[in-house]
Design a protein around this ligand. Sequence first.
Ligand code: DAT
Ligand code: MG
Length: 138
Amino acid sequence: MSVERTLVLVKPDGVARGLTGTILARVEAKGYKLVQLKLVDATRELLERHYEEHIGKPFYEPLVEFMLSGPTAAAVFEGQRVIEGFRSLAGTTEPTLAAPGTIRGDFGRDWGLKVQQNLVHGSDSPESAAREIGIWFG
Ligand code: DAT
Ligand code: MG
């Protein structure tokens, strides 16, 4: 298995709650290498590209509005199987159901909104990672 890269986002809820450092520290503590990092005020155009696969779904508009609500911390991490490894650290999409010990399980919950404010994004395949790193880091 070769060294991979993945896009990690600390979404606006995580940044607003002051959890950016805590979340990135967990990824670093697991042993993955931080290779790029910046704070981004995402635009609708960037988010349309990032969430292309979700266009037309009922949660798409609320998701974009949420992602426009404040800055996002965008990072690239590198390591063996980092794509799977980060998604394991993040926990399942719904924070209410995410296992304790995961980022979403420890810090997230259901806020009763139309979208999962679930703190983080992680690429789901090598193809997604390459595409998403290109979108956020150019
Ligand atoms: P993940 O972020 O776990 O990869 P995803 O790619 O399926 O999940 O969806 C992207 C984001 O969209 C997710 O982090 C939160 C939101 N979302 C997904 N499914 C949802 C749903 N059924 N209701 C509300 N928001 C949802
Ligand atoms: Mg996804």
